[in-house]
Design a protein around this ligand. Structure first.
Ligand code: FAD
Length: 304
């Protein structure tokens, strides 16, 4: 059975938007297709009049530093991200999260924009973009806008944007400076279910003496229907010594206030709660060590 009638590969944002406009909601953006093709094949989406492939649009496939920020086009693949030495050193959590998405075949075509547009609260790329406090460049209702990453989600699988009309162009965030570092870890079932039991990305900034937490951003998912920062846990860390005692008190708070739900495919809420402690401990210790030494080598990423 045909899953779409026409396939377009526009070479500019304007061309892509014109095509989406012409099809009046009956065409859909496709990037790597690793989520979309499964949905079309399983009948979760109707047969499309057209698919609009965004992977030939230069602005969507660029990965470039701009001053102290980095810009990542929405069509950049997980593999491209993992191979960037700049990201490995200065946005390590993103490399660690994109480096464990699926297997090599999925990472070679699956994109960061697709991960965000699919809008699942535990998308691995999403989890790290939240810790990095990323902004998304989008075109929505014909207007170009910049929105904080957390505003991109409306519910499980529900994005702020409508991929039959709108586009994610790319993401930007500040790279880690001196005294800052990140880390990502996740717990995953081995048999290749597409999302983790739990993922955790951590960003820390230490004080000038590198002895205390000056600021942190913690992204643990899935906890609720949309991604979120664990701000009450962050508050426990701020201004405190960057040591195991502080980390344990942050974990105590996290385990008390965060209430992950039970998923019949992945794990019970109770197990996930226990794993919050494990992942927070590992990522905070690692991020502190990276910030103190100024050395960050991504761990656990898939080999191509
Ligand atoms: C076997 C397998 C394993 C997987 N493992 C993981 C995993 O471990 N962790 C994880 O997080 N995910 C996993 N996934 C899910 C998927 O691979 C990722 O979410 C991937 O990043 C999706 O990107 P894509 O380019 O393939 O998106 P697509 O499938 O092309 O698109 C997904 C959705 O986003 C929309 N879209 C895509 N790009 C844009 C854009 N620029 N603007 C507007 N809308 C857009 C599409 O219309 C569609 O609705 C797995 C998938 C498979 C099949």
């Amino acid at each position: 059975m045909k899953l779409w009638n026409n396939y377009h590969t526009p070479h500019s944002i304007d061309e892509a938007l014109t095509l989406l406009n012409q099809y009046q909601g009956k065409a859909r953006v496709v990037a790597g297709g690793t989520d979309l093709m499964v949905e079309l094949r399983e009948g979760h989406r109707p047969v499309q009049d057209a698919l609009i492939d965004i992977t030939m649009i230069p602005e969507l496939t660029t990965l470039a530093p701009t001053d102290d920020e980095i810009y990542i086009g929405a069509g950049v693949t997980h593999t491209q991200l993992v191979k960037s030495p700049l990201l490995a050193a200065l946005a390590t959590c993103l490399v660690e999260s994109c480096g464990v998405v699926g297997g090599p075949q999925v990472r070679n075509v699956g994109t960061l924009g697709g991960n965000v547009a699919h809008a699942l609260p535990a998308g691995d790329g999403t989890t790290s973009l939240v810790a990095l406090d990323a902004q998304a460049d989008i075109v929505m209702d014909g207007q170009r806008r910049v929105v904080p990453i957390l505003e991109m989600y409306r519910g499980p699988g529900q994005s702020l944007i409508d991929s039959t009309h709108d586009l994610i162009i790319g993401f930007r965030f500040a790279l880690c400076a001196e005294r800052e570092a990140t880390a990502f870890k996740r717990i995953m079932r081995p048999q290749g279910v597409a999302l983790p039991i739990l993922g955790c990305a951590t960003w820390v900034r230490l004080n000038p003496a590198k002895t205390h937490f000056e600021a942190t951003r913690l992204s643990i998912a899935p906890i609720g229907p949309t991604p979120a920062r664990a701000t009450e846990v962050e508050a426990v860390l701020t201004g405190q010594p960057a040591n195991d005692a502080t980390i344990e008190s942050a974990i105590d708070t996290a385990v008390k206030i965060l209430k992950p739900r039970t998923s019949k495919y992945r794990a019970t809420g109770e197990y996930r709660r226990e794993m919050i402690a494990v992942l927070l401990r590992r990522t905070l210790q690692l991020a502190v060590q990276r910030a103190q030494t100024g050395q960050a080598v991504p761990e656990g990423i898939g080999i191509e």
